[in-house]
Ligand binder design. Sequence first.
Ligand SMILES: Nc1ncnc2c1ncn2[C@@H]1O[C@H](COP(=O)(O)OP(=O)(O)O)[C@@H](O)[C@H]1O
Ligand SMILES: [Mg+2]
Length: 241
Amino acid sequence: MSLLTVRGIAKAFGGVRALGSVDLHVQQGETLGLMGSNGAGKTTLFGIIAGHIRPTSGDVWFHDRSIRGLSPDKICRLGIARTFQIVRPFAGLTVRENVEIAILFGSMSRDSQEILSEKAMAVLAEVGLEVHANSLAATLTLSARKRLEVARAIATDPELLLLDEVMAGLNPREGEDMVELIKHIKSRRPLSIVVVEHVVKALTALSDRIVVLHQGEIIVDGLPSEVIRHPTVRSAYFGDE
Ligand SMILES: Nc1ncnc2c1ncn2[C@@H]1O[C@H](COP(=O)(O)OP(=O)(O)O)[C@@H](O)[C@H]1O
Ligand SMILES: [Mg+2]
């Protein structure tokens, strides 16, 4: 059985149709690449899965239950975490405090402050941010803020991680580091991942399978090597006629 099943999800914002009728599944342990040009509906789909956006119709199943209509915190505690395209840490809190809040959000535990801090430091070590633990989040570079965004997501201990353009704005070297970081995290945790990324090289390096969203519909679903040869993908991404 699939870990995540999206069935017939549609979303209109007023008169704007963001998603048509999207069917999607994510298998346990899989990294699924979600490709699509600006406005294709990728972030909207993440918002619906994570409970931030209510779909117009359709259903989302996680394991063997429908999660449609559940609140974001409930969905997070069931095991789905997302990052935000526009990173938004609590700027006035330290890096460690930001991760501590994520740990609390993702669990109902009542750990002592000491244990909470230890858990946060372990997550920061995993993403290579431990030296910045006591810095204010506002002082981080974009690259470090993107890492903090990933740290906050994995701090909730998800089974399914939704990564929304965590490489956007990074230089090629920082982008490669982010690919390595995601692989590192995946190797340590029993995770399934859906990754949205515009850098095709990064997406193919990470993904077991890629689906392409085009104007709110899934038009291609296949192995990375097949998908990048698809005519619509070639014209949208590589400027082929
Ligand atoms: N809150 C919103 N209100 C109105 N329109 C929106 C909203 N969010 C997204 N849209 C529209 O829905 C479409 C899909 O957007 P989005 O999901 O952000 O695409 P992507 O992440 O693939 O770039 C776009 O046309 C966008 O303008
Ligand atoms: Mg987006």
